[in-house]
Design a protein around this ligand. Structure first.
Ligand SMILES: *Cc1c(COP(=O)(O)O)cnc(C)c1O
Length: 217
């Protein structure tokens, strides 16, 4: 697959779902990928990328930003509070706001720095103990607490359990977002982004289908 193939599959899925063309933002997930492949995708004109580790992004993206204008970075992996300040410097959007303590830290930094990345709150729709995110039953409270902190909450994010039908999780997330008046849905990865678009994804996070399999060596 290539960037072009994925973009045309996204446009087709939008049309099939009766959605406006260009509704869905493609986040190219570049974690662990060799710089050369990332540079190819930048050269093809793509500017929106996702990383799951602050440290890795800090090593990779300042250099690319000197070469290419208009890069927009999304943090899609867990954020430790002691890395939040660095995340503010690197990322335009954080998809992994997954606990009250992190929300409070982000609110304090936003006050201090006078700006804040766009935020997505992560919901653990599968209630998996090893996975980040607030439980569905706690989500309304968490969303309201984040709004009360004046945080720029754009929407919700989830990562469905690997062995379950993702559409059930996407639908649950969409329902929680709707009843809380949130329009953003960060759902869908290489294997299921078309399903996610059918269920209302506004942001899809696609890695290996664009760059090839990740080599963790
Ligand atoms: C790695 C990752 C992705 C991309 O996964 P692919 O299957 O390679 O598309 C999406 N979302 C999150 C949170 C990830 O960590």
């Amino acid at each position: 697959m290539s960037l072009n193939d994925i973009q045309s599959r996204i446009r087709k899925a939008e049309a099939k779902a009766g959605r406006t063309s260009g509704d869905v933002t493609l986040i190219a997930v570049s974690k662990v990928q060799p710089n050369q492949r990332v540079e190819e995708v930048l050269t093809q004109g793509h500017r929106i990328f996702g990383e799951n580790r602050v440290q890795e992004a800090a090593g990779k993206w300042p250099g690319f930003r000197e070469q290419f204008d208009g890069i927009e970075l999304h943090l899609i992996g867990p954020l430790q509070t002691n890395k939040a300040r660095q995340a503010f410097e690197l990322f335009q959007s954080i998809h992994s706001v997954d606990r009250p303590k992190l929300a409070t830290t982000i609110a304090r930094l936003a006050q201090e720095m006078g700006h804040c990345p766009d935020l997505f709150l992560q919901i653990n729709t599968g209630e998996e103990p090893q996975k980040a995110g607030v439980l569905p039953r706690d989500s309304d409270t968490f969303i309201n607490d984040c709004k009360a902190l004046d945080l720029p909450v754009r929407g919700l994010m989830c990562i469905p359990p690997a062995d379950e039908e993702p559409s059930l999780h996407f639908a649950l997330l969409a329902k929680i977002a709707k009843r809380n008046g949130l329009s953003g849905l960060s759902i869908g990865m290489s294997g299921d982004f078309e399903t996610a678009i059918a269920l209302g994804a506004t942001h899809v996070r696609v890695g290996s289908a664009i760059f090839g399999a990740r080599d963790y060596g």
